[in-house]
Design a protein around this ligand. Structure first.
Ligand code: PNS
Length: 170
């Protein structure tokens, strides 16, 4: 590309409760495609997350500490408004299976209606992560199963701390 190349900023929004290796795979792919990618953690007061927003941000920052093109931030309110404030060009979302499609399609078109300036780009994770979800990771870990290989090491440790502490209290 020539000197007229505008830096491309992508926002990768989500709950990330917790970050999985599927998310990490998408972020790495996004970092290769865009000049900068912002992992934007949703502050959602309606949900009762396992990890606080601060914990989720700490985890992502630790995992991507060696990648200066990956930034970690939080947002609340409308995603398109946040993306507009950040002057992002693209919203990145991961698509694992057909089952993700309907919700993602609806969200992408609604976001386009709310702001035609931002484009949603879907990326597929590596095959071993197509069945990994934060929800299943939390369930398996809470029931004492192994999530090794499905989440970054730091998440595995923190899950063990949370569930170990819960078991100790019970
Ligand atoms: O990881 P998730 O929970 O699937 O992420 C969903 C997320 C954060 C992308 C979505 O809930 C969102 O964008 N929330 C912000 C509020 C908003 O903009 N809602 C309108 C979407 S069309």
């Amino acid at each position: 590309m020539g000197s007229d190349h505008q830096p491309r900023l992508a926002v990768y929004p989500g709950s990330f409760d917790p970050l999985t290796n599927g998310h990490v795979d998408i972020i790495r792919r996004g970092a290769r495609l865009f000049d900068r990618i912002v992992v934007a953690v949703l502050v959602n007061p309606d949900k009762s997350p396992l990890f606080s927003v601060d914990e989720r941000m700490e985890i992502a920052r630790e995992v991507f500490a060696d990648q200066p093109s990956v930034e970690v931030d939080q947002f609340d309110g409308l995603l398109v408004e946040y993306a507009g404030r950040r002057e992002a060009d693209v919203i990145v979302r991961g698509l694992r299976a057909i089952s993700d499609f309907e919700y993602e399609f609806q969200m992408a078109l609604m976001n386009r209606r709310l702001s035609s300036a931002i484009e949603t780009v879907f990326m597929m994770p590596a095959e071993p992560y197509t069945y990994v979800s934060s929800r299943l990771v939390k369930e398996i870990s809470a029931l004492g199963g192994s999530v090794s290989g499905l989440v970054p090491d730091v998440v595995e440790t923190r899950l063990a701390d949370k569930h170990g502490a819960a078991t100790a209290r019970a």
